[in-house]
Ligand binder design. Structure first.
Ligand code: ATP
Length: 521
């Protein structure tokens, strides 16, 4: 008998990883038949255009509990087997991935099918900002009358970059070439292995659709070919949990290898001022999961002092900030469109400081975002091509109405996706969608400490409704602005600190593609 091995993927319900590699051995006494089968499978694999061939991989060696390198070592053989070329860069400092990607020319970027973070949400945020900083051409978010920055609709091309320490990319520390493979079936997907991985140079070329060397054809976002991915290795991994339903490096690696693709909304955050007395200097940042102020910003700022504690510093800082029970005077205006669903405090409530909210309509039934989500599909088919929706604000401006909310807030947050994590199994907003073009604005008004604790503990219980409290405003919106008079106003963008006291934010629908199929819940 002559034999060959087909490497596949299967699911084992009881296995902690829902997707696991497996092997099938085939044999025939006729060598030619074996070779024919083999060639046929190879050509099927090569016909799968969605599978990535070249990836840039950033490994954060210190993320989570220092699992970045070991997680990459675990999944690397899968990429090798699938013959996917990887240019691996182990980060040496914060900002390394951002500097590398923002300084990459479009020609160099086009050599890759995507970029993968082996780390947490923070490393992914750096990658996202590095990729988009010069390639996302769109107007600033719309702002209400009275927000008052002339030029708020100017193009962001001139956006300020203030990431520190530009550095050249480090030499790749582990290039190798590998090969792709086929199948649409979820359960048993072959990963044909034909040879051992061989060392290879960084790809200077790619067979991808965009023309290499075409200076007139710059990389812009959104597009339908470039994808981002995460091998989860961080402290929270909310982006992976919200997009795959799992927090498993092997599952994420297999989704990348198979070339799965889902569109992600991204929040574009424009900071107008760092503090009330600072000069106006618009600076653009992007967030894939969450942008939060007040409690959320303070926890991040506080936790920086206790880095030595590892991931436990978030619990510690969270408790410290919670006990301080500080509220922040602020004005928030959000865009109310015909598609906006809100539980909004009336103006009178704001003035009297009274808590009750008036439900303007009954909250709609929660539709959870899952694989092949029809809400996200509807949103994408009701729009036009990704290129046509690039200028989101133009579309938003029709039928817009701004609603102001003013008072003292314990926190102000905007969830782009559900933000599931181990502490909040349903996430911050259980029914947030990956690519419906909306943000979920959460305004937590000042309230007695025990009530606030009750609200926070609801996040830890599956199936509860932490947003149903009277002091919680939940608005599904496409854009909002925020003004505070505090000198040390800190935002938390995907877990990263961002000092800002005046911001405007908009959801950019399906701005990037992610290697995933949506949460399988
Ligand atoms: N080699 C490095 N040394 C120090 N910081 C780094 C390095 N590489 C990346 N970073 C930064 O570390 C921060 C956290 O990264 P990431 O989110 O991937 O890990 P995490 O463990 O989930 O996060 P955190 O440390 O915030 O809990 C990010 O701001 C990232 O820019």
């Amino acid at each position: 008998m002559h034999r060959f091995v087909v490497h596949g993927i299967t699911r084992r319900r009881k296995h902690p990883s829902p997707w696991v590699p497996c092997e099938y051995i085939f044999g025939h006494k006729d060598l030619k038949i074996c070779k024919d089968w083999f060639q046929h499978l190879i050509s099927c694999i090569n016909n799968e255009s969605g599978r990535p061939k070249n990836l840039m991989v950033f490994v954060h060696p210190l993320c989570g509990k220092g699992r970045g390198v070991s997680n990459w070592e675990t999944v690397y053989p899968l990429f090798a087997r699938a013959k996917i070329k990887t240019k691996v860069i182990v980060t040496e400092r914060a900002g390394h991935a951002y500097d590398t990607l923002s300084s990459l020319s479009d020609i160099e970027l086009k050599a890759f099918d995507g970029v993968v973070a082996v780390g947490g949400d923070g490393l992914f945020n750096e990658i996202l900002n590095g990729i988009l900083s010069s390639r996302h051409k769109v107007s600033y978010p719309p702002t209400p009358e009275g927000f008052g920055y002339v030029g708020s609709s100017d193009n962001c091309e001139e956006q300020t970059r203030n990431w520190v320490n530009f550095s050249k990319p480090t030499p790749d520390s582990g290039n190798a070439v590998f090969l792709g493979n086929p199948s649409k079936c979820d359960d048993q997907e072959p990963l044909l292995s034909t040879s051992h991985p061989t060392e290879l140079e960084i790809p200077s070329n790619s067979t991808k659709e965009p023309c290499i060397g075409d200076q007139d054809n710059p990389v812009s976002f959104p597009n339908d070919w470039f994808r981002l991915g995460i091998i989860p290795s961080g402290s929270t991994d909310a982006i992976v949990l919200s997009t795959t339903g799992e927090r498993d490096p092997v599952t994420s690696a297999l989704l990348i290898i198979l070339g799965r693709k889902v569109s992600l909304d991204i929040a574009q955050v424009v900071r107008w001022k760092t503090s009330p007395t600072a000069e106006v200097l618009p600076t653009v940042r992007y967030a894939a999961s969450f942008a939060g102020y007040g409690f959320y910003g303070e926890v991040i700022r506080e936790s920086e002092k206790y880095r030595w504690m590892g991931p436990a510093r978030y619990d510690f800082s969270g408790t410290m900030v919670f006990l301080k029970h500080r509220s922040y005077g602020a004005k928030v205006a959000f865009l109310d469109t015909p598609y906006t669903h809100s539980l909004t405090a009336s103006a009178q409530d704001d003035i009297t400081g009274a808590q009750p909210l008036q439900s303007r309509w009954k909250k709609p039934r929660k539709i959870i975002c899952r694989t092949n989500c029809f809400v996200c599909k509807e949103a994408s088919t009701s729009g036009q091509n990704p290129e046509d929706v690039a200028d989101n604000s133009r579309t938003i401006c029709e039928n817009q109405k701004w609603v102001w909310s003013e008072g003292h807030f314990l926190s102000v947050g905007a969830a782009v996706i559900s933000c599931r994590n181990e502490r909040a199994p349903d996430g911050l907003v259980a029914d947030a969608h990956l690519s419906d073009g909306f943000l979920h604005l959460l305004l937590i008004r000042d309230c007695p400490l025990p009530l606030y604790l009750w609200h926070l503990t609801q996040f830890t219980k599956k199936g509860s409704d932490p947003l149903s409290f009277k002091f919680v405003e939940h608005h599904k919106t496409q854009a909002f602005t925020f003004i505070s008079s505090h000198d040390e106003s800190v935002w938390n963008l995907d877990g990263e600190m961002f000092q800002a006291c005046e911001v405007s934010v908009q959801a950019c629908r399906g701005l990037v593609n992610f290697f995933a199929s949506g949460p399988e819940l």
